[in-house]
Write a protein of this length. Structure first.
Length: 209
């Protein structure tokens, strides 16, 4: 990605990943290799990084030391464990992925997600990407996504939410155009400055700080 951006003169940032099952020396070497590009803004590990594990301690400490972002991939059942882990890294910038990744749309799953989002909102200052809901709802329409989006915005506020497309995965639930239209409908009544924060300014502040 770094070479591609250089060859085509693209202004982009890179959120990389690592294999958390690597031995400590290999994991650290991988991190240092990826840090060679000035476009690196942080790391996201989709699966296998457990709060409190040696790999998590290494990754979070390394990111905090370098002023990079940790894109947190978790779901409601693991939220409190991750929040406890993040307390050990008070200077670390964190972005919660996929609107906290609810595990279902039934009442119990919705209640669990709401509790996890309240915990995240009340105990951290961090940003949340309003993305990925289509993986749970399998529908990108306004009536389906509005309750989830409005709950997140209500509890986090406009300074702590950011647009995320989750392409191409989100196309399992609809088209990119449908996603944009729904988001525009939900946030369209907000003040101009709040819309600007959501669509770009909050992400720029976090990843380009």
């Amino acid at each position: 990605m770094d070479r591609f951006a250089e060859e085509h003169d693209l202004d982009l940032a890179i959120v990389a990943t690592v294999d958390p099952t690597l031995e400590r020396t290999e994991l650290l070497a991988d991190l240092e290799t990826q840090a060679a590009t000035v476009r690196l803004r942080g790391l996201r590990v989709l699966d296998g990084l457990e709060p409190g594990s040696p790999a998590a301690d290494l990754v979070l400490g390394w990111l905090q030391e370098r002023g990079l972002v940790f894109d947190l991939v978790t779901s409601p059942p693991a939220m409190r464990s991750w929040l406890s882990e993040l307390e050990r890294y008070p200077e670390l910038r964190v972005v919660l992925e996929h609107t906290g990744w609810p595990v279902g749309t039934d009442d119990d799953a919705r209640t669990g997600w709401e509790g996890a989002m309240r915990d995240f909102a009340s105990s951290t200052p961090h940003l949340c990407k309003l993305s990925g809901l289509g993986m749970t709802t399998m529908d990108l329409s306004v009536p389906t996504l509005r309750p989830w989006l409005e709950f997140a915005i209500e509890h986090l506020g406009w300074d702590r939410v950011a647009f995320g497309s989750n392409l191409p995965i989100e196309t399992m639930a609809g088209t990119h155009g449908q996603l944009l239209a729904t988001l525009d409908e939900v946030v369209g009544s907000a003040a101009k400055e709040d819309r600007a924060r959501f669509w770009g300014q909050n992400a720029a502040r976090t990843y380009w700080a």
